[in-house]
Design a protein. Sequence first.
Length: 247
Amino acid sequence: MTITAAIVDDEAQSRENLHDLLQRRHPGIQVLGMGHDVPSGIALVRELRPALLFLDIEMGEMTGFDLLKALTAPRPHVIFTTAHEGYAVKAIRFNALDYLLKPIVPTELDDAVNKAMTGSGRTAAPDNIPALLGSVVSERQMALPVTDGLVVVQMDEMLYCKSDDNYTEVYMRTEKKPYVISRSLSEFDAFLQHQGFVRIHQSYLINRKHIKRYIKGEGGEVIMANDAHLPVSRRQKAALMEALERI
């Protein structure tokens, strides 16, 4: 099976290295063209309509997300490439999409390509692009995929997250009811752990800015700004104490 592809990256050496890897390891992928920045990438994808797009995240003053926002359906599947594990990569991870860190490891390329060609996993397929773009609104905002679309929230307004099997309930300071999101609490933890959130229990991830009181006990409990009483597990007590010292 042959699949068409394009590469968009502002580093010529990165483009050539990836192109050579694909030729050597994946002859079934036909690279139709390569772009060196966002405008050339947009033109390339619009003209050639590749099924698969290898897209660099940071390209000068613009990003790969600027390119994606400019595309209309049908969009290609996207495998992101980047030299930086920054906020954007956290958003990609949160949406369970594929990315490759430079320098690209051949076996990791194989895994990403095989997922794209077989339809397994969750590469950045057209249906997943809007949720991804929402997640990278800014350093202090994130988009939550709800049943009827996306809701953009301020992270500072998030009180806590509660596990509900494979879903997570997100409690906001200004909302009476929680948002129910089809992501695990562990995914929220990975995304928010450097944004002032701390895991206090296998079922709870809290925003330390909204802790009103801590009550001692075996693990104890915290009272949040909305007067919710949440248990603290013995295992997580030390992490909470450390977080409280940083307030």
